[in-house]
Design a protein around this ligand. Structure first.
Ligand code: TXA
Ligand code: MG
Length: 318
């Protein structure tokens, strides 16, 4: 299967929607990263996602919707869920909710769990595609399992180009790290994965403390928690000060780091850093004249939580 990158046009969106309805795979842009999408109600198509990514089926997928009304089709909602949805959707926040019924066609998407993960992406192309397809779209990040998530259509073509029917190009993703995932199946709000929406933003809206999950990383309820993930093809050291970078290391800086080959954000802006993170890790790993990557320390607040989470896993070497 040879796939090509298609630009954002009504005809291409219609074609992509037809592919989804017919059980094929379409990669599409979101506000966070590119997703590899299939009809959530078609287990064969969902299975093809796991196969294309080389992803184990115990690792459930997020389903993407374009209207809040869709939620009640398969998930249990309450006032807290709807308030959060109204405030933060469309946007970089995923909810884990109780499934409403045991529709067996959703078992694979949910990896057999009684819960389903749902989000509404803040990207017009993604929303148009979901509406045209008329079904929620299951989509993990469009990369091979454990590899760096894609933030451009070309990144998708490079790693999964021969495995998808179509790649829709919506330009580079604005946020650049995946969604924040919160579990809303318990009275507390539990953050399963740090991501594009900060913990502080959720707390200031709800007036409640968000609990950070420290589940067993090798038996993850959100496998973004696997210790090794998002890995570049070269060893990476993190929290490296400019003066400690070794001569054989490609240096990705942050803030005042004039010797950096690439700087995530010279002004020290965490949103800018998040949006550059995966693309810069991809560039760094192509510099095979170096034997490793060194990365500056990143402050552990706001989007820094998500950035540090990703680079810790990317640098894990066991
Ligand atoms: O930004 C994003 O969230 C991107 C874009 C494409 O939407 N998607 C993404 O999907 O990052 P993926 O598959 O790479 O990560 C999905 C995470 C996994 O860690 C998965 O375990 C968790 O969501 N998840 C999905 N369903 C779940 C469930 N029922 N219970 C707990 N965690 C779940
Ligand atoms: Mg992923």
């Amino acid at each position: 299967m040879i796939s090509v990158i298609y630009n954002n046009s009504p005809a291409n969106i219609q074609q992509a929607a037809k592919i989804i309805k017919d059980g094929g795979l379409v990669a599409f842009p979101t506000d966070t990263v590119y997703g590899l999408g299939a009809n959530v109600y078609n287990p064969k198509a969902v299975a093809a996602i796991f196969e294309a990514k080389g992803r184990p089926t115990f690792d459930p997928l997020i389903s993407h919707i374009a209207e809040v009304d869709f939620l009640s089709e398969y998930a249990c909602t309450d006032e807290r869920v709807l308030e959060l949805a109204k405030h933060f959707w469309p946007g970089p926040l995923t909810f884990v909710l109780k499934r409403k019924d045991n529709n067996p066609s959703l078992d694979l998407v949910c990896s057999g769990l009684p819960h389903i993960a749902v989000r509404m992406p803040n990207h017009p192309l993604a929303l148009n595609l979901i509406k045209s397809a008329g079904v929620p779209i299951a989509a993990p990040s469009a990369n091979k399992f454990k590899c760096i998530s894609p933030t451009t259509a070309q990144h998708v073509a490079d790693s999964l180009g021969d495995k998808v029917d179509m790649i829709l190009d919506g330009g580079p993703c604005k946020i650049g790290v995946e969604t924040t995932i919160i579990d809303l199946t318990t009275p507390e709000i539990v953050m399963l994965r740090a991501g594009g929406l900060s913990k502080e933003d959720i707390e200031s809206f709800t007036g409640e403390k968000v609990i950070i999950s420290h589940g067993d990383p090798n038996k993850p309820s959100a496998p973004g928690q696997l210790l090794k993930h998002y890995a570049p093809r070269m060893p990476m050291r993190i929290n490296v000060l400019e003066e400690d970078v070794r001569p054989d290391e490609f240096f990705i800086g942050f803030g005042q780091t004039p010797k950096a080959q690439l700087n995530l954000s010279p002004s020290g802006n965490l949103s800018e850093a998040a949006s550059n993170l995966f693309a810069y890790m991809r560039i760094a790993e192509t510099h095979t004249e170096y034997s490793g990557i060194a990365m500056s320390p990143i402050p552990e607040d706001g989007l820094g939580l998500a950035i540090n989470d990703r680079i810790r896993r990317a640098s894990y070497d066991k």
